[in-house]
Write a protein that binds this ligand. Structure first.
Ligand code: C2E
Ligand code: MG
Ligand code: MG
Length: 595
C-alpha cells in the first residue's frame, strides 16, 4: 500500500498514527520526540544529535512541573526524561504517568548519570522503557531511540490494526472518528460514515469453510481500498480535503470514514461505487463467488455528534438497507430506528393477520355516469388490527410488496371477493361486477390464471362478474408473456382493467396490444377540475383515445358535482368517488346499493 494513501493524512492526525504506518524509517523520523530536562543545554545538545539523525519533530521543557501537562497535551511518541531534576524528579513523573491510563503507554527513556543499579531498577519498575547514560553518546542515543520507537510502532500495529486484512480496526476507527467529529464541528464542515456489511456472508463462510471465507474478506478489503483510492484521487483535486479511511470493525463489516464531504450526495456516490465494485464476482480457487453488500450512511455532525451515536446510526441505516432487499445503500434518518422497529413488527403481524383472517374487504361503488346506477364495486383491502383498529392499504400493501406477502395477500383478497360475489347472487341481489386489485408481483407469477380459475371454481362466482385491475407498470415489461397471460384471463371470461392510468409509463401502442375492457383515469387528473367550466385536455384526450380502443372509461376520486358534470359532458362511462360513497363494509354496501 502506498504510504498513507487510504489512511488519514499525517499532518492531520495525532502524532501517534504517524509512527504506526508507512515506510518504517521515515515513519520513525516523523515521530514526535519530547525532552524533559531542567538543564536547557542538555536539551539543546540532544536535539542537535537527533536532528543530525533526521528527526524533525520536538517538544521540550526545562520545567519538570510542566512536564505532565505537556505530555498530556502533545502525546509524544517517545519521552526522553532526566531523572535528577529540581522541583520534581523523573521518578515522580514516571510514577504519575503510570497512574494515568493515557500516559502510561508513552515509551520513556530515562537519562541518568548515576551508575547505581538500584536507580535503574527503580526507574524500570516505574515503567521506563530504556536507559541512557549521561553524558549522552550520540550514536547510542539514536540507536536506543530507534529501537524504542520500532517497538512502539509494532505494539501500535497489533493494537490498532486487523491482522487478517491489515486494515485499521474498530479501535482505530473510533479514534479517527472522534478526531474527525471534533474537526468537523470546529471548522463547520460535514463528514460521513459508510457502514458496509456483506450480505449473507455467514452462508458463504459456511459453504466455503473459514480459510476461503478469510480469503474472500481479504479480497473484499482490497476492493474497498481500491474504491477509496479512486475516491481519493478525485477528492484530492480539492487538496484541502482530508482523505477517507477504511476500517474493519467486525467480521464482515467495514466502515469508510469520509472526514470531509461537501454534500451528502458525495457519500452516496462513494456508496454507489462500493456497491458496484463489491458485486463483481470473486475468484477463489476454482470457485466464482458473488457477494453483495448493504451500506448505511450517516452524515455528521447533523445526524448526531457523539462517535458512538454516529456508528450506531450508520449501523441502523445498514440494517435498514438489508431489510429493504440488500445490495443497496440507505441514509440514516432520525426516525429510522423507530420506523425500522415498527415496520419489523408490522411485517410479523401481517403474516399472522393472513392466518387469522384479520384482513377485511370494503367495497366502493362504481357508478354509471349517465344513469347514476351502481354497476360495480371495487374491493379494497383493510386490516382489522387487534390493537390499532382499521389500517389502510397504503400502510401495509407496500410492505407486503417488499417482503413477498403480497402474493398470498392478493390471493386472499381474490377469494374473499369471489365469495362475496357468489353470496350476493345466492341472496338474490342484483350482482355488481366486483373489481379486485392485482399487484405487479402477483401478475408476473406464472400461476395467476390457475389461481383465478380455482378461486372462481371454489366459491361458485362467475367470471363475468369479476374484473381484475392491473397497473401499467406490471404490463410494460415482458410484454409478450403479459399479452399471453391477459388473453388466458380473458378466455376464462374475466374482465380486465388498467388502474391508475396516466401515472406510469402510459404507452398507447402497448395499450392497443392488450385485450383490456376498462381504463381507470387516475385521481390526480380529476383533481384538476375545480369549477364546472374547467377544462382538462388530458382527461378528454384519454377518454377519446380509450373509446377508440373500445375501452370503457372509469374516473377515480370524484368528490364534487363539478367533477361529475365534467365527466358527463365528456362521455365518461363510470365513476368512483366519495361523492357517491367511500368504500364501505359488505353489509352496508348491500343495504345501500343492491336492490
Ligand atoms: P386504487 O386501486 O386506485 O383504489 C382507489 C383508492 O382511492 C382507494 O384507496 C379509495 O378509497 C380511494 N378513493 C376512492 N374515491 C376517492 C375520493 O373521492 N377521494 C379520495 N381522496 N380517495 C378516493 P384505498 O382503499 O386506501 O386503497 C389505496 C390503494 O391500495 C389502491 O388504489 C390499491 O392500489 C391498493 N389496494 C387496495 N386494496 C388492494 C388489494 O386488495 N390488493 C392490492 N394489490 N392492492 C390494493
Ligand atoms: Mg384499484
Ligand atoms: Mg386506482
Amino acid at each position: 500500500m502506498e504510504d498513507g494513501l487510504v489512511n488519514t493524512s499525517k499532518s492531520a492526525v495525532p502524532a501517534a498514527y504517524g509512527s504506526a504506518q508507512g515506510d518504517e524509517m521515515r515513519g520513525l523520523r516523523d515521530a514526535l520526540v519530547m525532552m524533559v530536562d531542567d538543564e536547557p543545554l542538555n536539551i539543546e545538545v540532544t536535539q542537535v544529535h537527533l536532528e543530525e539523525a533526521g528527526y524533525t519533530r520536538f517538544v521540550s521543557t526545562d520545567d519538570p512541573l510542566q512536564a505532565l501537562e505537556l505530555i498530556n497535551a502533545r502525546r509524544p511518541d517517545v519521552l526522553l526524561l532526566d531523572l535528577m531534576m529540581h522541583g520534581m524528579s523523573g521518578f515522580e513523573i514516571l510514577e504519575r504517568m503510570g497512574a494515568s491510563n493515557v500516559l502510561q503507554d508513552v515509551p520513556t527513556i530515562v537519562l541518568t548519570s548515576s551508575t547505581d543499579p538500584r536507580t535503574k531498577l527503580k526507574a524500570l519498575e516505574l515503567g521506563a522503557t530504556d536507559f541512557l547514560a549521561k553524558p549522552v553518546d550520540s550514536s547510542e542515543l539514536v540507536l536506543r531511540l530507534r529501537n524504542t520507537l520500532a517497538a512502539k510502532a509494532y505494539r501500535d500495529r497489533l493494537a490498532n490494526y486487523d491482522l487478517l486484512t491489515g486494515l485499521p480496526n474498530r479501535h482505530t476507527f473510533m479514534d479517527r472518528l472522534e478526531w474527525a467529529l471534533s474537526h468537523a464541528t470546529r471548522y463547520r464542515h460535514m463528514g460521513a460514515v459508510l457502514h458496509v456489511g456483506l450480505d449473507d456472508f455467514k452462508k458463504i463462510n459456511e459453504a466455503l469453510g473459514p480459510a476461503l471465507g478469510d480469503a474472500m474478506l481479504q479480497q473484499v478489503a482490497n476492493r474497498l481500498e481500491h474504491c477509496l483510492r479512486a475516491t481519493d484521487t478525485i477528492s484530492r483535486l480539492d487538496a484541502a480535503k482530508q482523505r477517507p479511511s477504511l476500517s474493519r470493525v467486525s467480521g464482515d463489516e467495514f466502515t469508510i470514514l469520509l472526514p470531509e464531504v461537501s454534500r451528502s450526495e458525495d457519500a452516496a456516490q462513494v456508496a454507489d461505487r462500493v456497491l458496484a465494485e463489491i458485486a463483481a464476482p470473486v475468484h477463489l480457487l476454482e470457485h466464482e463467488i458473488s457477494v453483495t453488500c448493504s451500506i448505511g450512511i450517516t452524515v455528521f455532525p447533523d445526524d448526531g455528534g457523539e462517535r458512538d451515536n454516529v456508528l450506531r446510526n450508520a449501523g441502523a441505516a445498514m440494517h435498514y438497507a438489508k431489510a429493504c432487499g440488500k445490495n443497496a445503500a440507505r441514509f440514516y434518518s432520525s426516525d429510522l430506528n423507530a420506523r425500522a422497529l415498527q415496520k419489523l413488527n408490522l411485517t410479523t403481524q401481517l403474516r399472522r393477520a393472513l392466518e387469522r383472517e384479520e384482513l377485511v374487504l370494503h367495497y366502493q361503488p362504481k357508478v354509471d355516469v349517465a344513469s347514476g346506477r351502481v354497476v360495480g364495486a371495487e374491493a379494497l383491502v383493510r386490516w382489522q388490527h387487534p390493537e390499532r383498529g382499521l389500517i389502510m392499504p397504503g400502510e401495509f400493501v407496500p410492505l407486503a410488496e417488499e417482503n413477498g406477502l403480497i402474493t398470498p395477500l392478493g390471493e386472499y383478497v381474490l377469494r374473499a371477493a369471489c365469495r362475496q360475489s357468489a353470496q350476493w347472487r345466492a341472496a338474490g341481489h342484483y350482482v355488481p361486477r366486483i373489481s379486485v386489485n392485482v399487484s405487479s408481483q402477483q401478475f408476473s407469477q406464472s400461476n395467476l390464471v390457475a389461481v383465478v380459475e380455482k378461486a372462481l371454481r371454489d366459491t361458485g362466482a362467475r367470471a363475468q362478474d369479476l374484473t381484475l385491475e392491473l397497473t401499467e407498470g406490471s404490463m410494460m415489461d415482458n410484454t409478450e408473456r403479459n399479452v399471453e397471460t391477459l388473453e388466458q384471463l380473458k378466455a376464462i371470461g374475466a374482465n380486465l382493467s388498467i388502474d391508475d392510468f396516466g401515472t406510469g409509463f402510459s404507452s398507447l401502442s402497448y395499450l392497443s396490444r392488450f385485450p383490456l375492457d376498462e381504463l381507470k383515469i387516475d385521481r390526480s387528473f380529476v383533481m384538476q377540475i375545480v369549477n364546472p367550466g374547467d377544462r382538462c385536455a388530458i382527461i378528454t384526450a384519454i377518454i377519446a383515445m380509450a373509446h377508440s380502443l373500445s375501452l370503457s372509461v372509469v374516473a377515480e376520486g370524484i368528490e364534487t358535482e363539478a367533477q361529475l358534470a365534467f365527466l358527463a359532458a365528456n362521455a365518461c362511462d363510470e365513476y368512483q368517488g366519495y361523492l357517491k360513497s367511500r368504500p364501505v363494509a359488505a353489509d352496508e354496501f348491500a343495504a345501500r346499493f343492491l336492490g
